[in-house]
Design a protein around this ligand. Structure first.
Ligand SMILES: *[C@@H]1O[C@H](CO)[C@@H](O)[C@H](O)[C@H]1NC(C)=O
Length: 396
């Protein structure tokens, strides 16, 4: 995230004195917005909102340009501001605003979610005078976005699910606005929520699915809309499930249970639910299915092998992998090939199931003759199993 050029540091130091007044919001606004440091609380308490010092506009142009170039993250901005705690009042909000506006797309692009998630700068209503109050409100909104995006943890885990949401929403990118960032009432509530859950709450806000001919929200608080019987509350496990003895336990994205199924992380649980919605709504079509009950066959063995292949194998296929298991030995895996493998806005999914037999199903958004899908299927399954699945040669 810190793409700074070496020359920047000198620039920062020649300008730091003017920048130390950056966050002089009232304490209440700061707490709501979740801005960065507590050091300005003291300055606010000392009457920190009075204006003094050199106006930013009076700085030489090369200094102001250097400042803007050096700050490539919200944390930078906060660190920068902490250099001098004694002077918090030198800068006006009208100076801070363009810096935050410049930071937002940089930080959004660094999340690893690709082009399907947009985080627009809140818009000023045209023709309205840019008053101090308005500027302050904008700074607050921008600060909240930057804080949540930067401190929210690793967002990239959601890339395959975000691609599913794109399809579910009729090929519209996800646009994160005030409502998305408003799902948490306070910075503390945001920070204390499990990382994967807090990210999903923001990403999924406003997502709806068709349930019995009616659009209903996908999430209702912590509950997720399952096809049957409706909203259900997932339970996040606080230690590894015996069904996934080898899956790493990550408290940021823990093993999760929902409706009798167990998942090696919360992300997998969401991926299965959203995928079912895609399938049900015909946003993706099942074009092939194959099954084998022939334990001695090479294809049967190979299907089992693909169910247990490691995640580094999946990375080589260019796929994301999600798992679901039941107590009785059922195991289901989604091998998701998104934009990178299938081209922008397209997806193929290989669903592998172990019951008392082996089952492979192929889903795709690509239209016939499915050449691209065929290629990725062969890559993941190999020519033998891939060929049998493609010709739908069941083994009984
Ligand atoms: C979640 O589990 C799946 C397997 O179901 C795995 O492929 C994926 O990498 C895990 N996600 C994270 C963020 O660890």
């Amino acid at each position: 995230m810190n793409g700074q050029s070496p020359g920047c540091f000198a620039g920062m130091f020649s300008a730091w004195r003017w920048l130390t007044g950056l966050f002089t919001m009232p304490v209440a606004a700061r707490n709501r917005a979740g801005t960065c440091s507590t050091s300005s609380a003291a300055s606010a308490a000392n009457g920190g909102n009075q204006r003094e010092g050199v106006p930013f506009a009076a700085l030489p142009a090369e200094v102001t340009a250097a400042i803007a170039q050096c700050l490539s993250s919200y944390a930078d901005l906060c660190a920068f501001r902490r250099i001098d705690k004694s002077r918090h009042t030198a800068l006006s909000h009208t100076v801070l605003l363009p810096i935050l506006i410049r930071l937002l797309p940089i930080v959004a692009a660094s999340l690893g979610l690709g082009v399907l998630v947009e985080v627009p700068v809140p818009q000023l209503t045209q023709g309205v005078a840019v008053t101090v109050a308005l500027t302050r409100a904008l700074i607050e909104q921008l600060s909240r976005r930057l804080f949540m995006l930067e401190r929210g943890g690793s967002w990239a885990r959601w890339k395959p699910v975000v691609e599913m949401l794109y399809l579910l929403r009729g090929k519209r990118p996800l646009v994160l606005r005030d409502d998305n960032f408003g799902v948490f009432g306070s910075r503390a509530a945001f920070m204390s929520e499990t990382e994967a859950v807090r990210q999903w709450k923001i990403l999924s806000w406003g997502a709806t699915v068709n349930q019995g001919g009616q659009q209903r929200p996908l999430m209702d608080g912590d509950s997720i809309l399952n096809q049957w019987p409706g909203y259900q509350l997932p339970s996040l496990l606080d230690s590894a499930s015996p069904l996934f003895p080898h899956a790493p336990f990550d408290p940021a994205d823990p093993h999760t249970q929902l409706d009798g199924g167990t998942y090696p992380n919360y992300t997998s649980m969401v991926a299965f639910i959203v995928f079912d919605r895609l399938d049900e709504g015909n946003h993706i079509n099942r074009i092939r299915h194959w099954s084998s009950y022939c334990r001695a066959s090479a294809a049967y063995f190979r299907a089992g092998d693909r169910l247990t292949a490691s995640h580094s194998d999946a990375a080589q296929w260019g796929a994301a992998v999600f798992d679901q298991k039941w107590e009785d030995g059922w195991h289901r895996r989604l091998v998701v090939l998104g934009s990178e493998a299938m081209g922008e806005g397209h997806m193929a999914v290989i669903r592998l199931t172990r019951t008392n037999g082996r089952r492979v199903e192929i889903f795709t958004t690509e239209s016939a003759p499915h050449d691209h899908t065929r290629t990725v299927v062969m890559r993941v399954l190999g020519d033998h199993l891939g060929g049998m699945v493609w010709r739908q040669e069941d083994e009984t």
